[in-house]
Design a protein around this ligand. Structure first.
Ligand code: ZN
Ligand code: ZN
Ligand code: ZN
Ligand code: ZN
Ligand code: ZN
Ligand code: ZN
Ligand code: ZN
Length: 1759
C-alpha cells in the first residue's frame, strides 16, 4: 500500500494499533485543546506543525510509522477533545449502543450483489451477501450479480423493498442493535464539540482538496520556512495504457523496469504518485520529460504536476482526515446529522456554494484516490440519513448540468464520478417525486441532454452521429440512464404541481425526440455501391436506450386522463411540425377500381428516408392508450379534426415499412451492410416495441380513420405497386419481376398485420399477460426452447423483466435436461390452435420453420395441413373500422388479381407465398363475418365480405368471382400444398352463406350455434373422405421417396465403396471378436491364470484395418507393425497425498519403486484406433510439413512433442502403441504335475538366488555393481548351479519384425520422455522401469474407475480401454527384448530385494514405502531376463512361466498382506464380534509373530476377525489389478463371477483365478520357512517401526478412491466463500478472481500479478503453477465469480467447460449473466469426475480448442 490515507488503513485506525502517546503527553494535549478558545486556529496550527513532518518521506514512506505519528500527534488529542474522555472507551460505548438500521455497505468491483425479483421495487435495489443470507429473500426468486463497484447495500431502505426491507441483522431489536433511539443519544457536550470541530475539519479537507497552488499553502498553514522540496507527481488517466506509462517513466526518469512498474501500479490504484523528489527545477525538468515521452507514444501527454512537499503532505493528510470522518460517521446518527448540516450550510449573503457543493463541483478535477474517499464519506453520512439524502439530492440536481458536462469531459470511469451517485437518489420513489415536483428534475435532465448533444446536430437540427466518439457517447448514455431512473416508479398520486412539472418535462423530452425524428436520412444508392458504410450503431444504440424511457413516459401519461390528452396534443403538434417535407410538391392523382387518391408524390426508392421516427411512434403509443382508457372520445377537444391530418401521420411510418420491403426485395443492396443492420434492429426484440410495432399501430390508426379504399391506394402507391395491379406490362427482366413479387408479398404481409394483429392493449381488449402468452406460444410453435432462449426473444421492461414466469406454465410444460444440454419448454397441445403462421414478430426463417413444424405435426396426427388463422380478438371501438379494409373494393381487386394470375398460370407473376397470404386474408375476412353474424342479427351486420367475394369484379365476359377462382386454384398443380387451406376456406364460405340464409328465416341467436354445428357435420363427412384420399396419396408419395432414397444410397455406397466396406468389415470383425471371446468364456476351460493348473490362452487371429489406408492386415510377430494411437500423460488421479511436492523434472528421479501414496504416475490411454506404423509415420510427417509451411497458424497441438490428432476421432495423441500379438501358451497338465513335485517355493527360490549370484560373479569381472549380498549359508544343497533355472523348460524367444521393434523403442521412449519430463534418450536405463510403471499405473487407474462406476471387472470396459490395455500389457512384456538383458536383470534384482528373504540389496525401500502392484508388474515382466545367456537368447517355457508367475505373485501377495496388517489393522474394534473363523485364527497367530518381530510395537490387541476383515477389504484393489494384469498378459479367461458385480463372489473368484487360498493367511503357514526370515526383515525396518510407534503415518488400505471435492448444493454458498477469500500475497482491496481447484479444494487468486510464480524462469499464474503440483500439469478449476469450469494442461492449453450448476430451468449460467439461483447438478458433476478419472481432460481441451478457436489468444500461462 502506498498511501496511508486510503480506506483500508482507515478501517483499523480508530481502534487498535499505533496510538499510544506517552501518558504525560496525552494529558498535556487534551488539556491544551480544552483551554484554547478558538478551535480553528489551534487546529490549523497543530496541522501546520505536524503534517509536513509526518508526511515528509513521500517517495519511500514508512506507512506504519506515519500512521503512528498521525494518531499520536493529531487524532488522539482531537478525539479526546471531541469526546471529552478516552476515545477508545467512548467509541466502545457508542458501538454497543447500536448501529444504523441501514446497512449501507459500499460495494467493491466484482462483489456479488443480490436482488429479489419478488420484492425489489426496481432492479437497482440490491443487498450485500451478508444481508441477503439473513433476509427472507433467500427463499424468493433472487438474482445474483457482480457489482461494477460504487453501489451500496439497500438493506433497511423501506422504499427499496415491497417486503422484507430488513435482514435479521439490521432489524431493530436484533442482537446488537438494542433500542433504536438510544444510538442517537450523544450527550450535549459531545454534540457541542462536534459542532465546533467538524466545521474546521471539513473546511480544511475541502480547502486542501481544491487547493490549486503548486508552491504555496494557505497562510494559516505556512509556518516554517519554505524549503526547496518538490515532487514531480504523475496522475492517472484512462487514456494511457499501463505499458505507455511504464515506457514513459523509464525513458523520462531512466529508472528500472521494476520501479516504473511499481509507480504505475500505484498511480492506477491511488490516482497519483510522486515519481521524483528534488528541487523545483529538477522536478520541472522531469515533468517535461515525462510529458514529452508520453506524447510520443500516444498523442496526448500524461498529466504531471510539480507540487511542493508541504502541499503534497497536507493534501495527503486531508484524505486521511476524510477516512477518519468516514469511520466516525458509522458510530452515531448525531455525528452524521451535524456533519451534513455543516456541509450544507451556506454563508449568509455569500454567493459561494456550500461545502458539499464545492466538493461535488470539484469532483472531476480530483484524482482517483481522493474521489474514492469523498464518495465513501457521502455514502456514510448523507445516504444514511433519509432527510439529508434528500437535501443532498437537491444540491445534486441544482448542479446537475455542470456535473454531467464535467463528467462527459472527464477521463475517469463512471464509477469514479460523483454523477454515478444519481442512481442512489433517483430510484427512491419519494425522492424522485420530490425532485420532479420541486426541482424539475425531468426537465433538467432533458435539457442537459439537449446541451450536451448539439455537437451531433446537422443543419436541419437533426442528430447525426457520423464519426462519433464511442467513449463520449457512452458518457451521454449516463444522462439517459438518469431519466430512466427518475421514471422507474410510476406515481400513484398526482398533484397539480406534479402534473405540471411532468408535462413540462415531457415537452422538453419531445424536443429531443424532434431532433431524432427523421435523423440520419438515407437515399437509395443506384449504380455504384457506397464506398464506406456509414455509422449506424450510435443512432440505434440511442434508440435502444430510449425504448423503455419512451414506454415509461407513455405509461406515466396514461395514469391521468387530462395529462394523457394534453401530452397527446403536444406530441401531435411536434409530429406535425416535423411533417413538412414534401409539401412543396404538386399533388398527383391515382385511380383504381373507381376510387381516386390525391396525394403528394413520394418515392422511397428515390427520396431520402429515415428509420428514426420516435415522435410518430410516441404518438401511436399515446393513441392506443387513449383508446384503452376511453379518453379518445374527448380527443377533439384537444386536437381538432382539421388539425389531425391522419394521412400525414401515417406517411412516415409507412415509408419506413416500405423501406423494409424494398430492402427485402434487394433494391438497396448497394447501400451496404449498415442499412441491413438498421433494418434488423428495427424489427429486433431490443427495439421493435418503439419502432416496428408502433409503425404497424400507426397504420392501424390510419386504417381506422381513413376511407379503406383510399388507405389501400396510399399503400399501393407507397409500395410503388400501383402499376402492378393495373395492367401488368409484360417484361422479360427476371430481376424486376422478382423484385415486384417480393414487394407484393411484403405488402400483403403488412395488410395481414394491419387487419389481424390486435394483441396490443388498446387496439383490442387484451391484457399484457395475453400479449406475452401469445409471444411465447409462437416461439414454442417453432420448436421447444430453453428458458433463456425464450427470455432473449421477449422484450424486457424497465425492470429487466419479461413477464415470462407469470404465464409460462399456462402455455408450456417444462422438460428436464439430461447430463448435457439444457431443459426446454414444450408448448401445451391446447395452445396449438393459437398458432398464426403470419405472426408479425416472426423473422422469415422463423416463419418457415414454424410452418414446417406445425404442418409436420398435423401430418403425424393424420390431419389435414390447413393452418388457418386463429380467430382474432375484436378490435376496440376506436379501431373497429380497420376491418373494413378486408371487404373494400381495392382489397377485393388485389386478391382477385393475384388469384387470377395463379389460375392463368402466369408463373412469373405470382408466388406460392403470395397465394398463401391472399388465402390468409380471405380467412380473416370470413372469420370476421362469421363472428359478426354470430353476435348480431343478420340485418345489422354490414360487413359483407361473403357478398363481395362472390361478386364479379367486372362486367367482362370471362370475369369470375373469388369463390370461383378458389375452386380453380384447388386444381393448380403447383399449389398442391395449399389445397387443404383452400378447402378450409371453401367450407368457411359455406358456413357464412348458411349463417346468412338461416338468419333471414329465423333469429340467429336461437339457431346459429346448432346450425353451424350441423354445417360442420356435413363437412365432416367430406373431410373424412378427403383425409382418406390424402392418406393414400401420402402413402404413394412415401413409397416413391423411399425408392429414390435407396437409389441414392446405392449410389453413395458405390462411390464410397472402399470406405464403406471397410468400416463394415472392421465393425463386423470387432463384434465377432467380442462374440468369440464370449463364446470361449462359456466353454469350461480352467479359469486359473497362474501355476500348474493354468488355463489356456484364448487367442484368435486378429485382423485389423488401418484407418488411414483402409487396408486390413493380420497382426503377427513377423509382419510390419500396426499401432494404436495413444496418449501418455502424467497423472495424479490416484494420489493419496496432495501435499507431497512433485519433482517437476525427472532428471534425477529413480522411478523403479512407486510410493504407496501413488503421488504421480504415468497414464497411457488410447482412443482405440489402429493404423499401420508406416501409414502413421507418413501421416505424422505430412502434418509436420504442413504446419511448418503455415507458420502463423496457431497449433492446437505441439508437434515438437510428438502430438497429433487421431486421424479418425480427433483425440489428442502423442505416441502410438505397437500391437504385439499375444503368444498363445498352453501347458501340458501332466508335465506340470511332474514339475510340481520338485519345484516348491523354497526350491525355486534357491535356484533363483543361485542364478542371480551366478550372474553377479560373472558380472563382477566387468563392472562394479549393486551386488546382492547373497547369503548362501542356509543353502547347503549346492547341487544347484548357475544353469539350474533353465532345466524346468526354456524356449526360444519371440522374433519381432524390425518394424515392431522400432515401434517398441519409439513408444518406450515416449513414455520415458513424458513420464519423467526429460529429453528423449533411447538408451536410458530407466526406460524399462517407466514401461512397467505406466503399465501398472494404467491398470490401477482402470481398476479404480471400474470400481467407482460400479462396473464388473471384466466385460464392461469400453472398446478403446480394452484394446488400449491389451496393447499396453503386451507391449510392456515385449519391450524387455529391446533393452540390454543385463540392465533388465539389474532392475529385477533391485525389485526382488523387497521380496526375497536373506537377500539384501542396497537402497531397498522399506515394506511400507513401495506399492506392491508396481513391484508385481515389474518382477513378472523382467523375470524372463534371467533366462538369457551370453550367446543364446532364451525365455522360460510355458511351464516355467506358470511357476515363475505363481511364486512371484505369492511373494508379492505375502508382502502386501503384511503391509495391510502393519498399516491398517491398528484400530481398536468399534463393534464386537465373536467370529472364530479359521481366517480369524490364522490372522491372530500372524499378528503374534509380527508383534514379536517388532519388539511389541505392533499391538496384539486387535482381534483376529478385525485383522482378517481389514486384509480382505484392503487387498481387493490389488487382487483386481493383478487379475486384469495377468488376464491381459496371458489371455486366460476369467471366471464368470468377475463378469458381474458381487462383493463376496468376487473375492472367491479372484482367489481362484490367481491361485490363492481364500484364507490368505494360509500362504504364510504354507511358506512359513520362507516367510519367517522375510517377516523378520520387513518388521525390523526402522521406517516400519517408526510407523508403528505412531511417529509417522503409512498409507492405509484400501486406498481412498479420489473424487472431486464436495461442492455445496447452493451456488451462493460458493459466492459467499469467494467473497471471504483474501489473496494470500497482497492485502489491497482490488478485485480478485478466486478460483477453486476441484481436485484438492484450494482457493487460488487467479489472473493476478500478486500470485504469479516463477517456475523454471517463467512467470506462471496461480492456477497454472498450482496445476503443476496438484494435477501434474492437468487440472480442473471452478472460476467462482464466473461460474465456469476451466480445464488446463501444461502452460499453454486450456478450455472452458460448463459448470455443474443449473438454474431451475435446467440451464447453466456462465458469467452469471442471467443471475438466477443455481443448484448443483450431481450427474453433471459426476461427468466431470469421470472426465478426470478417465484421463480425458487433455482430450476435452484439444477438442474444444479445435471447435472453438476463440481461446487461441488467451494466455493460459497467467491464469
Ligand atoms: Zn448489507
Ligand atoms: Zn441487512
Ligand atoms: Zn423477496
Ligand atoms: Zn495403413
Ligand atoms: Zn481415434
Ligand atoms: Zn489442487
Ligand atoms: Zn493474489
Amino acid at each position: 500500500m502506498a498511501d496511508g490515507g486510503d480506506g483500508g488503513a482507515a478501517a483499523g485506525a480508530a481502534g487498535e494499533g499505533g496510538r499510544v502517546p506517552a501518558p504525560a503527553q496525552r494529558l498535556e494535549r487534551a488539556v491544551w485543546w480544552d483551554e484554547r478558545f478558538d478551535f480553528q486556529t489551534t487546529f490549523l496550527q497543530c496541522l501546520a506543525k505536524h503534517v509536513p513532518n509526518i508526511y515528509s518521506a513521500e517517495m519511500d514512506p514508512l506507512l506504519e510509522k506515519q500512521e503512528e505519528m498521525v494518531q499520536a500527534t493529531i487524532f488522539y488529542p482531537l478525539e479526546c477533545y471531541l469526546f471529552g474522555e478516552d476515545p477508545d472507551i467512548f467509541l466502545e460505548k457508542l458501538q454497543q449502543s447500536g448501529t444504523s438500521q441501514l446497512c449501507g455497505k459500499v460495494f467493491k468491483g466484482g462483489e456479488t450483489t443480490y436482488s429479489c425479483r419478488d420484492c425489489a421495487v426496481d432492479p437497482t435495489c440490491v443487498l450485500c451477501m451478508d444481508c441477503f443470507q439473513n433476509s427472507i429473500h433467500k427463499n424468493h426468486r433472487y438474482k445474483m450479480h457482480s457489482s461494477t463497484g460504487g453501489g451500496f447495500c439497500d438493506c433497511g431502505d423501506t422504499e427499496a423493498w415491497k417486503a422484507g426491507p430488513l435482514c435479521t441483522k439490521h432489524e431493530p431489536g436484533a442482537s446488537g442493535t438494542a433500542k433504536e433511539n438510544s444510538e442517537c443519544q450523544l450527550n450535549k457536550e459531545v454534540m457541542e464539540h462536534s459542532r465546533r470541530v467538524f466545521p474546521s475539519v471539513i473546511k480544511y479537507i475541502v480547502d486542501m482538496l481544491i487547493w490549486e497552488e503548486e508552491k504555496e499553502l494557505p497562510l494559516e498553514l505556512t509556518v516554517r520556512e519554505k524549503v526547496d522540496n518538490y515532487y514531480c507527481v504523475l496522475f492517472n488517466d484512462e487514456h494511457h495504457s499501463y505499458d505507455h506509462v511504464i515506457y514513459s517513466l523509464q525513458r523520462a526518469l531512466g529508472c528500472e523496469l521494476g520501479e516504473a512498474q511499481l509507480h504505475t501500479t500505484a498511480i492506477d490504484k491511488e490516482g497519483r504518485r510522486a515519481v521524483k523528489a528534488g528541487h523545483y527545477a529538477s522536478c520541472q525538468e522531469a515533468k517535461e520529460e515525462i510529458k514529452r515521452h508520453s506524447e510520443n507514444v500516444s498523442q496526448r501527454p500524461l498529466h504531471v504536476e510539480v507540487l511542493h512537499a508541504d502541499v503534497m503532505a497536507h493534501q495527503k493528510f486531508a484524505l486521511r482526515l476524510g477516512s477518519w470522518l468516514n469511520k466516525l460517521m458509522s458510530y452515531s446518527s448525531d455525528f452524521r446529522q451535524i456533519f451534513c448540516q455543516i456541509c450544507l450550510k451556506e454563508d449568509a449573503g455569500s454567493e459561494k456554494p456550500c461545502f458539499i457543493s464545492k466538493l461535488m463541483l470539484w469532483d472531476a478535477k480530483l484524482h482517483k484516490g481522493a474521489r474514492k474517499v469523498l464518495h465513501e464519506l457521502i455514502f456514510s453520512s448523507f445516504f444514511m440519513e433519509m432527510e439529508y439524502k434528500k437535501l443532498f439530492a437537491v444540491e445534486f440536481v441544482k448542479h446537475y448540468k455542470s456535473l454531467q458536462k464535467e463528467y462527459i469531459n472527464d477521463d475517469h470511469d463512471r464509477v469514479l464520478s460523483v454523477t454515478a451517485l444519481s442512481v442512489q437518489m433517483f430510484t427512491v420513489p419519494t425522492l424522485a417525486r420530490h425532485l420532479i415536483e420541486e426541482q424539475k428534475v425531468i426537465t433538467i435532465i432533458t435539457e442537459t441532454l439537449l446541451e450536451v448533444l448539439p455537437e451531433y446536430l446537422d443543419k436541419n437540427d437533426k442528430f447525426n452521429f457520423q464519426g462519433y466518439s464511442q467513449d463520449k457517447l457512452n458518457r451521454v448514455y449516463a444522462v439517459i440512464y438518469d431519466l430512466r431512473y427518475v421514471l422507474i416508479s410510476k406515481p400513484t398520486l398526482w398533484t397539480d404541481r406534479l402534473r405540471e412539472r411532468f408535462l413540462e418535462g415531457f415537452v422538453s423530452f419531445l424536443r429531443i425526440l424532434t431532433c431524432m425524428q427523421g435523423m440520419e436520412e438515407i437515399k437509395r444508392q443506384i449504380g455504384q455501391h457506397i464506398e464506406v458504410d456509414p455509422d449506424w450503431e450510435a443512432a440505434i444504440a440511442i434508440q435502444m436506450q430510449l425504448k423503455n424511457i419512451l414506454l415509461m413516459f407513455q405509461e406515466w401519461c396514461a395514469c391521468d386522463e387530462e395529462l394523457l390528452l394534453k401530452a397527446y396534443k403536444e406530441c401531435h403538434k411536434a409530429v406535425m411540425r416535423c411533417s413538412t417535407n414534401g409539401r412543396s410538391r404538386e399533388k398527383t392523382v391515382f385511380h383504381l377500381c373507381g376510387h381516386t387518391l390525391e396525394s403528394r408524390p413520394f418515392r422511397v426508392s428515390a427520396d431520402p428516408v429515415s428509420i428514426h421516427l420516435p415522435l410518430s411512434r410516441t404518438l401511436a403509443g399515446l393513441h392506443v392508450r387513449l383508446s384503452k382508457t376511453g379518453a379518445i372520445s374527448r380527443l377533439h377537444e384537444f386536437v381538432s379534426p382539421e388539425e389531425f391530418q391522419v394521412d400525414l401521420l401515417v406517411e412516415y411510418p409507412l415509408r419506413c415499412l416500405v423501406l423494409v420491403a424494398q430492402v427485402a426485395a434487394e433494391m438497396w443492396r448497394r447501400n451496404g451492410l449498415s442499412l441491413i443492420s438498421q433494418v434488423f434492429y428495427y424489427q429486433d426484440v431490443k427495439c421493435r416495441e418503439e419502432m416496428y410495432d408502433k409503425d404497424i399501430i400507426m397504420l392501424q390508426i390510419g386504417a381506422s380513420l381513413m376511407d379503406p379504399n383510399h388507405f389501400l391506394l396510399l399503400i399501393l402507391q407507397r409500395y410503388e405497386l400501383a402499376d402492378a395491379f393495373k395492367k401488368m406490362k409484360p417484361t422479360k427482366d427476371q430481376d424486376l419481376i422478382k423484385q415486384y413479387n417480393v414487394l407484393i408479398e411484403e405488402m400483403l404481409q403488412i395488410l395481414i398485420y394491419v387487419v389481424g394483429e390486435r394483441y396490443v392493449p388498446g387496439v383490442s381488449d387484451v391484457t399484457k399477460e395475453d400479449v406475452i402468452m401469445r409471444e411465447i406460444i409462437h416461439l414454442l410453435c417453432i420448436e421447444p426452447m430453453a428458458h433463456s432462449a425464450i427470455t432473449k426473444s421477449l422484450p424486457e421492461n424497465e425492470n429487466n423483466e419479461t413477464g415470462l414466469e407469470n404465464v409460462i406454465d399456462k402455455v408450456a410444460t417444462f422438460k428436464k435436461p439430461g447430463v448435457s444440454g439444457h431443459g426446454v419448454y414444450e408448448l401445451k397441445d391446447e395452445c396449438l390452435k393459437e398458432f398464426n403462421m403470419f405472426f408479425y414478430h416472426y423473422t422469415k426463417t422463423q416463419h418457415s420453420k414454424a410452418e414446417h413444424t406445425q404442418k409436420k405435426r398435423r401430418k403425424q396426427e393424420n390431419r389435414d395441413e390447413a393452418l388457418p388463422p386463429p380467430p382474432p380478438p375484436d378490435f376496440s371501438p376506436a379501431f373497429s373500422n380497420v376491418v373494413r379494409l378486408l371487404n373494400c373494393d381495392v382489397m377485393m381487386h388485389i386478391m382477385r388479381t393475384i388469384l387470377q394470375r395463379a389460375v392463368e398460370l402466369e408463373t412469373h407473376l405470382w408466388t406460392e407465398a403470395m397465394i398463401q397470404m391472399v388465402l390468409h386474408l380471405l380467412s380473416l375476412g370470413l372469420l370476421e363475418e362469421k363472428q359478426q353474424l354470430q353476435k348480431c342479427p343478420e340485418e345489422e351486420v354490414t360487413f359483407d365480405f361473403y357478398h363481395k367475394a362472390t361478386r364479379m369484379g367486372s362486367s367482362a365476359l370471362n370475369a369470375v368471382n373469388i369463390l370461383m377462382l378458389l375452386e380453380k386454384i384447388k386444381r393448380v398443380p403447383q399449389l398442391e400444398a395449399q389445397k387443404d387451406t383452400v378447402s378450409w376456406i371453401l367450407q368457411m364460405f359455406d358456413t357464412v352463406k348458411r349463417l346468412r340464409e338461416k338468419s333471414s328465416l329465423a333469429t340467429i341467436a336461437a339457431t346459429s350455434g346448432s346450425e353451424v354445428a350441423k354445417g360442420d357435420e356435413s363437412t365432416q363427412d367430406k373431410e373424412k373422405a378427403e383425409r382418406k384420399r390424402k392418406a393414400e396419396a401420402a402413402r404413394l408419395h412415401r413409397q416413391k421417396i423411399m425408392a429414390q432414397m435407396s437409389a441414392l444410397q446405392r449410389n453413395f455406397i458405390e462411390t464410397h465403396k472402399l470406405l464403406y466396406e471397410n468400416t463394415l468389415d472392421t465393425q463386423g470383425k470387432e463384434d465377432a471378436i467380442m462374440e468369440e471371446e464370449n463364446v470361449s468364456l462359456a466353454i469350461d476351460y480352467s479359469k486359473i491364470a497362474l501355476g500348474p493348473k493354468r488355463g489356456p490362452s484364448v487367442t484368435e487371429k486378429e485382423v485389423l484395418t488401418c484407418i488411414l489406408c483402409q487396408e486390413e492386415q493380420e497382426v503377427k510377430l513377423e509382419s510390419a507393425a500396426m499401432v494404436l494411437s495413444a496418449c501418455v500423460q502424467k497423472s495424479t488421479a490416484l494420489t493419496q497425498n496432495r501435499s507431497r511436492i512433485l519433482e517437476l523434472s525427472g532428471d534425477t528421479l529413480d522411478p523403479l519403486f512407486m510410493h504407496p501414496d501413488l503421488p504421480c504416475g504415468t497414464h497411457t490411454g488410447s482412443c482405440g484406433h489402429v493404423m499401420h506404423a508406416a501409414c502413421w509415420q507418413k501421416y505424422f510427417e505430412a502434418m509436420q510439413l504442413n504446419f511448418r509451411q503455415r507458420l502463423h497458424v496457431e497449433q492446437i497441438f505441439d508437434l515438437e512433442n510428438g502430438e497429433y490428432l487421431c486421424p479418425l476421432c480427433k483425440s489428442l495423441c502423442n505416441t502410438v502403441i505397437p500391437i504385439v500379438p499375444l503368444q498363445a501358451q498352453k501347458i501340458n497338465s501332466e508335465d506340470a504335475e511332474a514339475v510340481a513335485q520338485i519345484l516348491s517355493l523354497p526350491r525355486w527360490l534357491e535356484i533363483l538366488i543361485v542364478r542371480i549370484s551366478g550372474y553377479s560373479v560373472k558380472n563382477a569381472k566387468g563392472e562394479k555393481q549393486n551386488t546382492p549380498t547373497s547369503m548362501n549359508k542356509g543353502l547347503g544343497n549346492s547341487a544347484l548351479e548357475f544353469h539350474s533355472i533353465l532345466s524346468f523348460g526354456v524356449q526360444s524367444p519371440a522374433k519381432y519384425s524390425s518394424s515392431i521393434k522400432e515401434m517398441l523403442i519409439l513408444f518406450a521412449t515416449t513414455i520415458y520422455r513424458v513420464g519423467l519430463k526429460v529429453a528423449p534418450n533411447e538408451a536410458d536405463y530407466r526406460i524399462p522401469m517407466m514401461t512397467w510403471s505406466t503399465c501398472a499405473f494404467t491398470i490401477q487407474c482402470i481398476e479404480n474407475l471400474l470400481e467407482t462406476e460400479g462396473k464388473p471387472l471384466f466385460g464392461s470396459l469400453q472398446n478403446r480401454q480394452h484394446s488400449g490395455l491389451k496393447a499396453l500389457v503386451q507391449f510392456a512384456a515385449a519391450q524387455r527384448t529391446t533393452s540390454p538383458q543385463v540392465l533388465i536383470q539389474k532392475h529385477l534384482i533391485r525389485l526382488l530385494g523387497v521380496l526375497l528373504p536373506s537377500f539384501k540389496v542396497e537402497d531397498t525401500p522399506s515394506l511400507l514405502e513401495v506399492d506392491m502392484f508396481h513391484v508385481l508388474v515389474g518382477v513378472v515382466l523382467s523375470f524372463p531376463s534371467l533366462y538369457w545367456e551370453d550367446a543364446v537368447d532364451l525365455q522360460p517355457s510355458s511351464i516355467s512361466s506358470a511357476y515363475n508367475h505363481l511364486y512371484l505373485f505369492h511373494l508379492t501377495t505375502l508382502a502386501h498382506v503384511t503391509q495391510i496388517v502393519l498399516s491398517s489393522a491398528t484400530e481398536s474394534p468399534t463393534a464386537q464380534s465373536h467370529d472364530n473363523s479359521e481366517e480369524a485364527c490364522s490372522a491372530q497367530s500372524l499378528c503374534k509373530e509380527i508383534c514379536q518381530y517388532t519388539g511389541g510395537c505392533f499391538s496384539q490387541d486387535v482381534p483376529g476377525w478385525l485383522v482378517w476383515d481389514c486384509v480382505k477389504k484392503g487387498i481387493m484393489p490389488y487382487l483386481r489389478c493383478a487379475a486384469l494384469f495377468f488376464h491381459y498378459l496371458l489371455g486366460v479367461s476369467p471366471p464368470e463371477e468377475l463378469l458381474q458385480v458381487s462383493e463376496e463372489g468376487q473375492f472367491k473368484a479372484l482367489c481362484s483365478y490367481l491361485s490363492l487360498p481364500t484364507n490368505l493367511f494360509l500362504l504364510f503357514q504354507e511358506y512359513w520357512d520362507t516367510v519367517n526370515p522375510l517377516l523378520q526383515r520387513w518388521c525390523a525396518d526402522p521406517v516400519v517401526l517408526s510407523c508403528l510407534k505412531g511417529k509417522s503415518t503409512a498409507i492405509r488400505y484400501p486406498r481412498k478412491r479420489n473424487s472431486l471435492i464436495e461442492l455445496p448444493e447452493d451456488y451462493s454458498c460458493l459466492l459467499n466463500q469467494a467473497s471471504q477469500f483474501r489473496c494470500p500475497r497482497s492485502s489491497d482491496d482490488e478485485q480478485k478472481h478466486p478460483v477453486l481447484c476441484l481436485f484438492c479444494g484450494a482457493m487460488l487468486c487467479s489472473q493476478n500479478t500478486c500470485c504469479q510464480e516463477l517456475v523454471n524462469g517463467e512467470e506462471l499464474g496461480a492456477c497454472t503453477s498450482h496445476a503443476l503440483q496438484c494435477g501434474a500439469g492437468v487440472c480442473m478449476f471452478l472460476k467462482i465469480r464466473e461460474c465456469k469450469v476451466v480445464l488446463i494442461e501444461g502452460k499453454t492449453r486450456g478450455c472452458l467447460y460448463p459448470a455443474p450448476y443449473l438454474d431451475e430451468y435446467g440451464e447453466t449460467d456462465p458469467g452469471l449473466k442471467r443471475g438466477n439461483p443455481l443448484h448443483l447438478c450431481r450427474e453433471r458433476y459426476r461427468k466431470l469426475h469421470l472426465l478426470w478419472q478417465q484421463h480425458c481432460i487433455i482430450e476435452e481441451i484439444a477438442r474444444s480448442q479445435e471447435t472453438n478457436q476463440i481461446f487461441f489468444g488467451f494466455n493460459w500461462q497467467l491464469l
